[in-house]
Design a protein around this ligand. Structure first.
Ligand code: FUL
Length: 472
């Protein structure tokens, strides 16, 4: 018996099944076409054709930023630790020259579009004067206890045109209610309410999944549905990040490498809550799922230094410009968004070495992507979205940036980039799986007069592609 088409489309398509579906025409193979066109031939089934999942305006804006910085800053900056235990004396928080404008200008001048701050990390120390605990900047000597890092941070973002995001660690090793689940959930929601009510628009709310309590530690059950509802109610335009989204997902590692393939769709049951562990989870985070019913693109968080917090001993271990360029290729270049951590020092400033690397990263991107050698060249488009360009004269290319029009979902699952020289012989320059928002490809330099992007497989119908080519 044949399965109803709707079920087939909704169901997870495994690799093995892919071949079978391709044979039925439900997924496109070779130059054949996908679900949409297959159904077009039968008007009776067209009405029931489900749409591919597509981003909300907030998810689209988040992705189009491409580059965001996250700043890990707090008591750990002063104790030289990565995870505080919650027993730090607030008097140690004493940045000598904190200047959030320096953070924001450094980010903006190196091409980053949004900034995320650790309003609270696992140690529970709050960077704003909260009513929920005395363990905050209000108990520190900084600005005589009248300072508010979150306020200075959001003001600096706004005056430099950056979008502000806040990271509020659910794990809290200081708060006395932690582990008494309903009471701590109230505290946590109250903290979130303060942050999302008193500081203007917040573009991203960042929830990590860490909970390092040992077997004899406190077991806290987080009320995620309530936490997410609170964000939706107070900041409906914000995207919510966590392993389990719901808007953007962790890419599954902290090495700066998105999966290949990387689908922005996922089966929401695959990662049920932040911090969930088990078979298949890392894979789901890395790769998403072409048949997933929800749009939840991957954010690639990675640090410019070995640690997330500032440690003087790591001043010699800041990532090089080449390293940062590689990260760009494995994050933005694989349909992800790069969230690069740059931790302020004990002075409360981005370290000069880190700032110089960020400027070098900007210059390297301008060098690589500054001149599209195919700008203005007419593109012939095939029905499945494949492109061909004929140049008026030979150009030497070594780098391509491809993109799908993701406003209507993600479709390409296998493609090749090919070029022909003056003799008319085509050769393969690069092959790949998914494209999505952006796919960056480096290949051996070649002097060519024609270029094309061949689409070998799509899911859910023909794709709509853009392509730019550079000298590399
Ligand atoms: C993790 C944390 O445990 C790390 O300290 C860091 O904040 C990283 C971005 O997220 O869950």
């Amino acid at each position: 018996m044949t399965e109803p088409i709707e079920d087939l489309i909704h169901r997870v398509v495994t690799r093995r099944e892919f071949a079978r579906l391709a044979a039925t025409g439900l997924v496109a193979g070779g130059t054949t076409i996908g679900v949409a066109e297959h159904l077009t031939r039968d008007p009776r089934t067209l009405a029931s054709q489900p749409r591919r999942p597509a981003p909300t305006p907030a998810q689209l804006a988040w992705q189009r930023d491409e580059l965001a910085l996250v700043l890990h800053f707090g008591v750990n900056t002063f104790t030289d630790r990565e995870w505080g235990d919650g027993r730090e004396d607030p008097s140690i928080f004493a940045p000598s020259a904190l200047d959030a404008m320096q953070w924001a200008r450094t980010a903006r001048d190196s091409g980053f579009k949004s900034l995320v701050l650790t309003a609270k990390h696992h140690d529970g120390f709050c960077l704003w004067p909260t009513a929920t605990t005395t363990h905050s900047v209000a108990a520190s000597p900084w600005r005589n206890g009248r300072g508010d890092v979150v306020r200075e941070f959001v003001d600096a973002c706004r005056s430099t045109g950056l979008r502000a995001g806040l990271y509020l660690s659910p794990w809290d090793r200081n708060h006395p209610t932690y582990g008494d689940s309903p009471r701590y959930n109230d505290v946590y929601v109250a903290q979130l309410t303060e942050l999302l009510t008193n500081y203007g628009p917040v573009a991203e709310v960042w929830f990590d999944g860490a909970n390092g309590e040992g077997p004899n530690g406190k077991r806290q059950l987080y009320d995620w549905p309530r936490i997410w509802r609170t964000v939706r109610r107070l900041q409906p335009e914000a995207v919510i990040f966590s392993d389990a989204g719901p808007d953007v997902r962790w890419c599954g590692n902290e090495r700066g490498v998105a999966g290949d393939p990387n689908w922005s769709t996922i089966d929401s049951a695959a990662v049920p809550y932040p911090g969930a562990d088990g078979p298949g989870i890392a894979d789901a985070l890395q790769h998403g799922d072409p048949a997933g019913a929800v749009w939840r693109p991957a954010e690639v968080d990675v640090s410019i230094r070995p640690g997330w917090f500032y440690h003087p001993v790591q001043d010699a271990d800041v990532r090089t410009v080449d390293d940062l360029v590689d990260l760009y290729f494995t994050s933005v270049g694989r349909n992800g968004k790069l969230l690069l951590n740059v931790p302020p020092t004990r002075d409360g400033l981005i370290h000069p070495v880190d700032a110089a690397r960020l400027a070098g990263f900007r210059d390297a991107r301008s060098r690589l992507f500054g001149e599209d050698l195919t700008r203005g060249v007419r593109r012939e488009t095939a029905p499945n979205g494949a492109l061909e360009l004929a140049m008026p004269r030979p150009v030497t290319v070594a780098l391509a940036r491809l993109g799908e029009d993701i406003e209507h979902g993600q479709r390409v699952s296998r493609f090749a980039v090919e070029g022909a020289d003056a003799s008319g012989v085509w050769r393969t320059l690069a092959t790949g799986t998914t494209i999505g928002y952006a796919r960056l490809l480096r290949f051996a330099p070649a002097s060519l007069t024609r270029l094309r992007v061949r689409i070998d497989e799509t899911i859910g119908g023909p794709a709509s592609l853009s392509a730019r080519f550079f000298a590399g």
